[in-house]
Design a protein around this ligand. Structure first.
Ligand code: G3I
Length: 350
């Protein structure tokens, strides 16, 4: 009893320590109040930056002269991916004759503003120049490695992450590699491309990028997961996996997406949402954008989100109105949901 009314030296010390701790907590809360009271960020890039992430868009070089387009781009985004300008047909139209002018316009637009650049893409079965399409075997393997080396070397130090290899797996239930001229050069073509990219630009994050790998239960997702696990176990220099995330009725968002992102991250790679678009409109579309962004923010190794275009009419699937801005530049409900998701996650982080 007495010790309750008249503390012993030991209890007094504990009381003092506790009140000291309480004072520190109070001081912390008071110092954080201005931050808590701070208005949420009002642009996608700034909202993503609160948690150290980027928010990017695929950009077409020929649209950089459209001021309605660049007004939105410059205000909202802090990362870009050239939509077509870094592909093999664009950068090496004739063998060993490299052209970077269109890609450079995008890279310079971004780096002069301190934005990140995602390089897309070094080795792919599609958008190969004519000279490469007809190649097979060792000739093709060497031409592919030369391409990876030359392009990654040219951009060394300017690229945050490279899609080193794009879309190398079959759709459907086979879990097999896609049959392409690159695959026919030997099953090790993917790791060979990663090793060449690593030698050329050791500081860029090197990603494998694909679509229909968002649903954790799909065979293609599991096949890519197994490849990444194998690469990590053998020391192949892979740093990240890109999830294109083109969602529509045939490839819908599934709530196991967060499991997909976290499962890959647990292999020891970063994950990035690289080509996000979601066909639809109104609240349904907005809620799906909210879910996708929240899933990225829930995974520490999810570095950021890139949407595949700025306005609906810039999209490769424009009839599906899958982006965040209307053609007239107005923000859609999907924009508001995305911004809210980015802001609410950062408040949780505080
Ligand atoms: O620039 C020419 C133009 O001169 C010509 O008149 C016109 C006639 O067809 O074609 C124009 O090129 C088109 C190019 O986009 C630029 O608009 C190509 O035909 C067309 O095939 C190309 O489509 C691109 C597609 O990749 C090719 O595979 C899309 O813009 C681009 O958004 C899309 O991006 C891919 C990613 O790289 C990988 N993941 C899937 C994603 C969507 O397909």
């Amino acid at each position: 009893m007495a010790s309750r009314t008249r503390p012993t030296g030991h209890t007094r010390l504990r009381t003092l320590t506790l009140s000291g701790t309480a004072a520190i907590i109070l001081a912390l809360v008071v110092s954080l109040l201005p931050n808590l009271a701070q208005a949420a960020e009002t642009t996608l890039g700034a909202a993503a930056a609160q948690s150290g992430r980027y928010f990017g868009a695929a950009v077409a070089a020929n649209k950089l002269s459209d001021s309605a387009y660049t007004t939105i781009l410059n205000r909202e985004f802090n990362s870009v991916t050239p939509e077509n300008e870094m592909k093999i047909d664009a950068t090496e139209p004739q063998q060993n004759n490299f052209t970077f002018s269109n890609a450079d316009r995008i890279v310079n637009h971004a780096t002069s503003r301190g934005w990140k650049v995602r390089g897309h893409t070094l080795a792919w079965h599609s958008q190969q120049p004519g000279w490469m399409q007809g190649m097979e075997g060792t000739t093709l393997r060497n031409a592919m490695l030369n391409h990876v080396t030359r392009v990654a070397t040219y951009y060394r130090g300017k690229i945050y992450s490279w899609d080193v290899v794009n879309e190398a797996f079959e759709d459907g239930n086979s879990g097999a590699r896609r049959n392409s001229n690159l695959q026919r050069t030997g099953n090790d073509w993917i790791e060979a491309a990663f090793r060449a990219a690593d030698a050329a630009d050791p500081n860029a994050k090197l990603c494998y990028n694909d679509y229909n790998t968002d649903n954790w239960t799909w065979a293609k997702t599991q096949a890519v997961y197994n490849m990444v696990r194998d690469f990590k176990s053998r020391g192949v220099p892979i740093d990240c996996v890109g999830f294109q995330s083109h969602f529509n009725a045939n490839s819908p968002y599934n709530s196991n997406y967060r499991t997909t992102l976290s499962s890959f991250a647990a292999l020891g790679v970063d994950v990035q949402i690289t080509e996000l678009d979601i066909e639809g409109s109104g609240t349904t579309q907005a809620n799906t954008f909210r879910s996708v962004v929240s899933d990225c923010l829930a995974v520490a190794r999810c570095n950021g989100v890139t949407v595949w275009g700025v306005r609906d009419c810039d999209s490769w699937r424009s009839s599906g109105t899958p982006l965040l801005f209307e053609c007239n530049g107005n923000k859609k409900a999907a924009y508001t949901a995305t911004l809210e998701a980015l802001n609410s996650a950062s408040r949780v982080a505080v």
